[in-house]
Design a protein around this ligand. Structure first.
Ligand SMILES: Cc1ncc(COP(=O)(O)O)c(C=O)c1O
Length: 619
């Protein structure tokens, strides 16, 4: 199934509007343009507006109206379309690049503060990907450094921040109606301002240095920046379609989110608080973006990278004579370019096409996870599973006052505990919600009649009762919310015989706050292969979340070059002991002991990282 990156949504209605211009025999800028300008100003809530032939020239016109020119510097985000900076260059001023944040690629004011010189005259926040920069902060910044603000709102028609439309915060705001923009006139631009003085300047500049046409006397030097009624008539139809376009774009975003949910490897573009988001493109970040895009290309799905950082643009190499630009000063823009992918997002995109895209992304992510599973035991096999299992069973024995006979193991992983448990338990059911793990475990535990290894969650498991349920490997940290934690415990309670025991371990969130999960590297050689596994932990202590990412490189000892690259990541919740206790109580389980592997008889303290909870279902 072919999926283009973009298709404009124009058809018979736009065609009829153009034909009407021919019928009226008015094709240059005329009545349609006047009406379109009025309608746009109504939508945007600005006092004045003039057209330009495209977004780049709208920016140029705006800059010129602000008297920006040779000798001036304008702060431009490093992460934007070339046109933002080339408009500055066209005035004779110098674009000075500043970084953007990594969540939504809006202008980073700390980076901007470092770039200020005596020559800095203006800042150009670019409202990227259909959402908006935090304009109140940009305004404060501009006031502090006495800068003019020119908003690049090329991608932000219809987008508001706390109800105020993009383009109305600065001295001027500039829009583009290029074919891929939210509404289009094929090519086109619009500059808005609330200043009568600037409006007059804009009129002179765009209309050959005079206010009205029909005179050959030109008080100033100006240029021809007109549009045609053929274009603005199309724009008027598009504007009528805007509510539908916005609705469909939101549907598209919701579909992408639905079909790509629970994939910790993928991060969606996150709009700033207070800003609308009319997805210009649905943007995702993935560490192996280039490989994923190649894979999608083979499936005839056309994606785009995020913007190439302006400080790296060959066209701007000349700027390095006066300033030094290094990647390390632009972590936001560089990460955006390295990891960002624009997924197709246009009103004509069908639900089937979106499903096809998401299916293909999931296929690739699965392929990329495979090496991790393949080498999992090699990397983590050193743990003493035998002694851990024996300790667990001794604890269960003590609490049950007898040997457990029917055991459910939740989260079998690659089956290392399972293999040990199978030696002692007459009837063992082991489950995992990760099918790849279950496959590895099944290979390990072949021909054991007392063990059933299943790809299942507790909830989906066929009704059965157990006298012991075990959930080792930090299973509860994979549960994202309190509601889900309670329902997980409740379904375990429903599987336990009265008086049955539930034993599980968890990472203690309180201890993690003092000593959060860390980055670490594991390097080893096995069967002539060098295996390097880099674990990266990104922890947000406020939301008690950790994202663990595993980057695996396998190098053949003989070839000395990487032959496999694996990548996978997990989201984990760092539950506090209090939260665990409260969820257990809600699920009808009582904690009879908590301890750590170091000492199973002494109660765990809040500084213990790995706590083992022992729970009982009422007899
Ligand atoms: C952020 C941004 N600025 C400026 C422009 C330039 O607009 P145009 O292509 O209409 O010249 C674009 C268009 O792609 C853009 O995305």
């Amino acid at each position: 199934m072919k999926v283009p990156q973009f298709q404009p949504w124009v058809g018979q209605e736009e065609y009829a509007a153009i034909r009407e211009c021919f019928d009226l025999n008015w094709i240059t800028e005329g009545p349609q343009s006047t009406k379109f300008a009025q309608e746009l100003l109504e939508l945007i809530g600005a006092k004045y507006g003039v057209f330009a032939p495209n977004g780049t020239l709208a920016l140029y016109l705006g800059l010129r109206a602000l008297s920006i020119g040779p000798g001036d510097e304008v702060l431009v985000p490093d992460f934007t379309f070339m046109g933002s900076a080339s408009a500055v260059e066209m005035t004779g001023a110098t674009p000075v690049f500043i970084d953007v944040n990594q969540e939504n690629f809006q202008v980073d004011l700390d980076s901007a503060a470092k770039a200020i010189t005596k020559k800095t005259k203006a800042i150009m926040p670019v409202h990227i990907y259909g959402t908006m920069a935090e304009m109140e902060r940009v305004q404060q910044f501009a006031k502090k450094y006495q800068l003019l603000i020119i908003e690049d709102a090329a991608q932000a028609i219809g987008v508001r921040r706390y109800g105020r439309h993009a383009g109305t915060f600065g001295a001027v705001g500039c829009f583009s109606f290029f074919a891929d923009k939210t509404i289009t006139t094929a090519e086109g631009g619009f500059v808005v301002t609330n200043s009568k003085r600037l409006y007059t300047r804009l009129l002179f500049l765009r209309n050959q240095g005079r206010i009205n046409r029909g005179s050959f006397i030109h008080p100033q030097v100006g240029y021809n920046f007109r549009m045609t009624d053929l274009q603005t008539a199309v724009g008027r139809v598009q504007l009528k379609k805007l509510p539908q376009i916005i609705e469909r774009k939101h549907q598209i975003l919701a579909l992408y989110k639905k079909h790509l949910k629970n994939i910790p490897e993928i991060t969606f573009f996150r709009p700033p608080q207070g800003s609308d988001w009319i997805p210009f493109r649905v943007g995702i970040s993935y560490p192996y973006a280039t490989e994923l895009m190649d894979y999608l290309r083979q499936k005839e799905i056309e994606t785009r990278t995020y913007f190439y950082p302006l400080h790296r643009q060959p066209a701007f190499a000349y700027l390095k004579k006066h300033r030094t630009y290094h990647d390390k000063d632009f972590p936001g823009a560089v990460a955006g370019y390295n990891y960002g992918i624009c997924l197709p997002t246009f009103p004509l995109l069908s639900t089937e096409q979106i499903k096809h895209i998401c299916r293909s992304i999931k296929e690739f992510i699965k392929i990329k996870r495979q090496p991790f599973y393949h080498y999992y035991d090699t990397i983590y096999g050193q743990k003493d599973y035998q002694s851990e299992t024996e300790q667990t069973l001794a604890l269960a024995h003590e609490l049950l006052h007898r040997k457990p006979t029917k055991v459910l193991e939740v989260g079998c992983g690659t089956g290392s505990h399972t293999l040990q448990l199978a030696k002692h338990i007459p009837h063992l059911v082991s489950i995992d919600i990760d099918p790849s793990m279950v496959k590895i475990a099944q290979k390990k535990i072949k021909n054991q009649n007392n063990v059933s290894l299943l790809y299942s969650s507790v909830e989906k498991l066929a009704a059965d009762q157990f006298d012991l349920v075990l959930a080792l490997f930090n299973v509860v940290t994979y549960i994202p919310t309190m509601t889900k934690l309670i329902s997980f415990f409740a379904s375990i309670a429903s599987r336990l015989t009265p008086g049955g025991v539930f034993l599980f371990d968890c990472w203690n969130g309180i201890a993690a706050i003092a000593d959060p999960p860390r980055n670490r590297n594991i390097s080893l050689v096995s069967n002539g292969k060098k295996i390097d596994c880099k674990q990266t932990a990104t922890t947000n202590l406020i939301s008690q979340h950790t994202r663990l990412a595993y980057d695996l490189v396998v190098t053949s000892e003989s070839k000395k070059e990487p032959e496999e690259h694996g990548y996978l990541s997990f989201n984990q919740t760092l539950w506090t002991p209090m939260q665990i206790r409260s969820a257990l109580k809600s699920a009808g389980l009582s904690v009879v002991r908590d301890c750590t592997w170091k000492n199973l008889t002494i109660p765990a303290s809040s500084s213990d990282r790995q706590i083992i909870f022992c729970c009982l279902k009422k007899p």
